[in-house]
Design a protein around this ligand. Sequence first.
Ligand code: ADP
Ligand code: ASP
Ligand code: MG
Length: 428
Amino acid sequence: MEPVALIVQKYGGTSVGDTERMKNVARRCLAAQRAGHDVVVVVSAMSGETNRLLKLVAQITDRPDEREQDVVVATGEQVSIGLVAMAIHAQGGKATSFLGHQVRIVTDSTFSKARIKSIDAQPIRSALAKGHIVVVAGFQGVDEEGSVTTLGRGGSDTTAVAVAAALQADACEIYTDVDGVYTTDPNMVPAARKLERIAYEEMLELASVGAKVLQIRSVEFAMKYKVPLWVKSSFSQDPGTLVCEEDKSMEDVLVRGVAYDRNEAKITVSGVPDVPGIAAKIFGPLDEKHIVVDLIVQNPSKDGRTDLTFTVGKSDFAKAQEVVRKAAAEIQALGIETDDNIAKVSIVGVGMRNHSGVAARMFTALSSEGINIQMISTSEIKVSCVVHSKYTELAVRALHTAFGLDQPLPPEGVVTVSETAALKGEKV
Ligand code: ADP
Ligand code: ASP
Ligand code: MG
């Protein structure tokens, strides 16, 4: 028999969407335990539950106290862990559930997007030693003051990887409603293809530009602590996708994936005096309110004034407008304009490091569909464009086709003719 391995499995909202599905989760956990492993399972709230809780909050106020909002939205996971533990009992197994504070998932106090600082592995180890499956609530933690915190949407992925890192688990398996990580969202593009492997860095970029299959922080943790991370389906036996260290053969593929994000909004401060220190006066107060700014574009100045455009998450949009209006008045800018009908479409791949012409090919693909590009941003392995949100799907499909991703993926290490042509900007 294989030596005992410690496995952390995470089941997302759809995978625990009703009690039948919870029984399926219990069966899978018990099967892993029967195969000789120690099993820790992290679960999300039942699908739709976190949204339902947020709607209740919105019915009370449009400016919720963030501490109290976390008290409410963290409850979804409590229901799931109790039910999954009982489903395991009902199938003859032993299981104990733990809320975030019971395993001391200590975070900072940035309510609604808290970051994990430490986890106490001891209660988990004790329960495992007694032969229990340990069921941990995803998404929630506790700050130094003892207040309940949450880790941001999709945060149960991060709980799972952090628990895996704290326990030095042999693997972390993220079970969801698709068979793995695809070349793009398979629910939007049927031609999307499942990847066998993807580099941590590529996954990090894809997650950061909107591929919600993994929360970005979970990938950061996995990369930092070298946790072997699998994405699999809770509804099939497919081996899924391994997120792992990059190797040489991965650079042969120019674009690994295409992602989109409709959760950002755009703010333009117009007629900003073009003098030193102005950007700090706008972005400093945003930072103080923990508002994350994504793309920033500043136009060349005319008559000593310039326009500054940037994007923020939609959930911060109202707060950001308030902050920016105040800052704009202080610096005597001419005004602010806002637009939340935008989408960011992005291409990602480590192969871009060594090849030029990728961005140009992206712009050509978008323009041949008549899609106007509003903002552009690039990094070493990513190009993003902001477009009108009505073009999201068209843009993603066009890019998926333009970079040869509709075709079956070549065996790793082989550069295909179409990719070579793509490098030269030729039509394929
Ligand atoms: P869970 O509730 O299990 O955490 P999520 O809804 O958060 O699941 O993430 C899974 C979803 O991510 C899929 O249903 C799919 O629509 C979406 N997705 C977006 N981009 C990708 C991608 N590149 N590969 C796989 N899934 C993706
Ligand atoms: N329940 C939380 C959410 O819906 C966390 C998660 O599912 O990962 O975002
Ligand atoms: Mg998720």
